[in-house]
Design a protein around this ligand. Sequence first.
Ligand code: PLP
Length: 389
Amino acid sequence: MNLNENYEKLEESYLFSTVAKKVKAYSETNPDKKIIKLGIGDVTKPLCEAVIDAMHKAVDEMSVQETFRGYGPEQGYGFLRGAIKEYYSKRGIEFGIEEIFISDGAKSDLGNILDLFSINNTVLVPDPVYPVYVDTNIMAGRKVIYIDANGENEFLPMPNKEQKADLIYICSPNNPTGAVYNRNQLKEWVDYARSMDAIILFDSAYECFISDSNLPRSIYEIEGAKSCAIEFCSFSKMAGFTGTRCGYTVIPNELGKLNRMWLRRQSTKFNGVPYVVQRGAEAVFTEVGQKEIYENINYYKENAKIISDTLKDCNIWHVGGKHSPYIWLKCPNNMKSWEFFDYLLENAQVVGTPGAGFGKNGEGYFRLTSFGSRENTIEAMGRFVKLFK
Ligand code: PLP
């Protein structure tokens, strides 16, 4: 047997383990200091009542002979695909349920979708980037090229017509930067992809954080996108499903064979998401469910506003924080990412994520998240004011 040597080409990621090591060392030598963690990319609020009620009911169904369910459809139950179809329809986007596939989260589908594409394709990703896009392609042996996101383009890079690509990753609202593309900018990407017969892999895991109706929450709000884009969505940040696991992927019929190929791929390699979880996800789209999930989303958004307002107050350049749980700031006094990490830990006992861990253009930047508690967010920002105002 021969091993897949592409794994040798993966860069080891020491980002979160180094953060954890440094925090542990600091807290051991300073046990009296309260450390506030604003580095986490995970939700902290529990599942909402509508979801829990639906899941309890589904568990009970599983205990009764007449309502017990075994294997479900690999592509998801009709009730959930129907609810998602309706969710798009309310925003003026029409799909048949056969274009919607339920998954155990966006991360798996973002990696698995690559089964449908030749390894000879060239992949375009922004830098800085959510590392999954890069690593999954390196594992498969694909060539990855980068487009620079930086302060000049406010971390929203636009297509360069000279750059040829077959697969294009776009994440908006973006992780790690929190930057959000507007309609005209996304239209340019759609036109670019169509002009070279490329496919956009559009990650909209954070669409729920967009509250300005002028900003697109789905790539399919852009004319022509159905013929060049696959959209990946998740209940993780939308409804706190990071540990519960559910997402969905849309592959429009207009993409020709791809829809059929994905169905074939999923029914061969995947056996569906648990019935109980899909019932919980369905409840997210009910009137009560929507009201309840937005209470949590708005809580995180208010935290983000507190962070963003404080940074403005301290004259610290940043993007994100408005339609996103992420705030991406330029390290004060031209510090490098890790230098700022150490400085902040030692002087304010606040933990964030060094931007350099997301790509070369992340150097000199830093990511804060709004997933902490209100109390901790306010306290951390008070410490920022003391240090930087
Ligand atoms: N896409 C982006 C941009 C993310 O930041 C994350 C999680 O942090 C995911 C996808 C993964 O989502 P899921 O929990 O649905 O796998």
